[in-house]
Each structure stands twice: as C-alpha cells, then as structure tokens.
Design a protein around this ligand. Structure first.
Ligand code: NAP
Length: 247
C-alpha cells in the first residue's frame, strides 16, 4: 500500500485504535501528526513507536471540539511537513445511558467530540487538500451508527452523523481528487469496550458471525488501505470492520 512520504494527521492518537493507526501508517512510511488531548506522557509512546519506524512524528495537543485547536493542529502539520495528505478522524467518546436518563449535556458531549470534531477537522483538512488537489479523509464511525443500540442514543446519532458528513464531503471534494470514506468498526478490544459488563460482551459476541472480537490492528489495516494510492477510486463508502456483525 503506497503512502510513503505522505503526511497523516490522526486525532485521538494517544491510545487505543488511534495509536495503532499511527503506528501502521508510520510502518508504511507516512510522517505522523498525532493529536492528543490527555496527559502528554501518554502520547509519548505513540511518538516513540512511530519514530522507531524511521518516520517523523509530532504530537499536537488539542480538543477536536474546539475549532481554534483544530486550526492550530493543521497549521502545525503544514509548518512541519508542508502537506496534509491523510486525515483520520478517530477521536471519540461514549456516555452511555438510556434515553430516559440521558441528560442533554450527555447528548451534546458525545455529539461534540464524535461528530463536530469530525466536521472541524474535515473542514480544515478539506481546505488544504482542495488546494493540493489530492487527499484522503477517513472517519471512524461505528456499526452502532448503522444499527442503533440500547443505551447509546448519543453515540449512535454521532456515528450515523459521521456517515452523512462523509457522503456529503465525498460529493463536495471529489472533483479535487480527495476521497472521503468512513470505517464502521464492530466490537474492538480497547479501553472503550473494556468497561462493558460481561453480560453485554457476551450478547455482542453472539451477534458476531466470526465469533471473535476485533483488534485495533483490524481497523488500522483498513485505514491504511483507504489512505493508499491503491484505494484511489473508492469514495463516499462505509466499510464495516466488524466480523460480520452488522450484515
Ligand atoms: P479510546 O481507547 O477511548 O480512545 C479514544 C481517543 O480519543 C483517546 O486518545 C482520547 O484521548 C481521544 N479523545 C477523546 N476526546 C477527545 C477530544 N475532545 N479531542 C481529541 N481527542 C480526544 O477509544 P477507541 O476504542 O480507541 O476508539 C477510537 C475510535 O473508534 C472512536 O471514534 C470510537 O468511537 C471508534 N470505535 C471504537 C469501537 C470499539 O469497539 N473500541 C467500535 C466502533 C468505533 P484521551 O486519551 O485523552 O482520553
């Protein structure tokens, strides 16, 4: 998969799926801009792992819900590497609760990170990529955005919103050689799913035809393909990486 020498901006790259995406793109020769919001010690591991693979990696602090932070993220990427070739909208949170108990604040918080954060970065990357007349935007949605799930109204709405945003951006940016796609992971083993009860995990497992959980690497491999030259004629798509869960 050809991405050698490209610049990839990855949001929420300090841990979980984002960290593995950063390492996977670095292993293929891309320079990495690793956005993080938490303590800087956490993102250090991502930077060190990427640089050990022989590429440059800069960590840039920023909250994707804040447009000014996103502007600084892309300014820094341009200043370091001159181009932004790949954007991976990965940052995401959950605040699970039945609708009856979900507060408007819980709803807004999840929409703001997952959907508005994706909009902020897509808008800013799109501006740069349109000038370059090339680019790849990949957003991490979820099978929950396709299927819905009890207790996840905010999360499902945010991830379904990413799909609408992806298709719209694919139509708006297509003429400038930019592809925009979404990945809908199923049940992937990270901190986000570690908090689920054994009962919820067992019921999810029973809905997965491949009868196993996914790994961050499964998602990262699909990101790498969509980011590559080989995926040049794929845009506006949602690719499920879910062991068949959402069929
Ligand atoms: P995770 O381990 O909880 O990591 C989420 C990352 O997003 C963390 O690095 C976190 O930073 C960052 N983040 C949170 N709020 C942010 C903000 N406002 N600005 C910038 N970064 C922020 O989750 P994950 O499982 O790797 O999930 C990654 C993506 O995949 C998410 O979009 C998630 O919804 C999606 N996904 C996951 C699964 C799954 O089963 N795990 C399934 C489908 C989709 P901190 O370290 O500071 O918290």
């Amino acid at each position: 998969m050809s991405i050698k020498g490209k610049t990839a901006v990855i949001t929420g790259a300090s841990r979980g799926i984002g960290k593995v995406i950063a390492q996977t793109l670095a292993a293929l020769g891309a320079n990495i801009v690793a956005n993080y919001i938490g303590p800087p010690e956490e993102v250090k591991a991502t930077v060190e792992a990427c640089e050990a693979l022989g590429v440059k990696c800069v960590a840039v602090e920023g909250d994707v819900t804040k447009f000014e932070d996103c502007e600084k993220l892309f300014e820094r990427a341009k200043a370091e590497f001159e181009t932004v070739d790949i954007l991976v909208n990965n940052a995401g949170i959950t605040r699970d609760m039945l609708i009856a108990k979900m507060t408007p604040e819980d709803f807004d918080a999840v929409i703001n990170v997952n959907l508005k954060g994706t909009f902020n970065c897509t808008k800013l990357a799109g501006r740069i990529m349109q000038r370059q007349r090339a680019g790849r935007i990949i957003s991490i949605s979820s099978v929950i955005g396709l299927m819905g799930n009890i207790g996840q109204a905010n999360y499902a709405a945010s991830k379904a919103g990413i799909i609408g945003l992806t298709k719209t951006a694919a139509k708006e940016f297509g003429r400038r050689g930019i592809t925009v796609n979404a990945i809908a992971p199923g049940f992937i083993e990270t901190d986000m799913t570690a908090v689920l009860s054994d009962e919820v995990k067992a019921s999810m497992m029973s809905a997965i035809p491949l009868a196993k959980l996914g790994s961050p690497q499964d998602v990262a491999n699909t990101v790498a393909f969509l980011a590559s030259e080989e995926a040049a004629y794929i845009t506006g798509q949602v690719i499920c990486v879910d062991g068949g869960m959402a069929m």
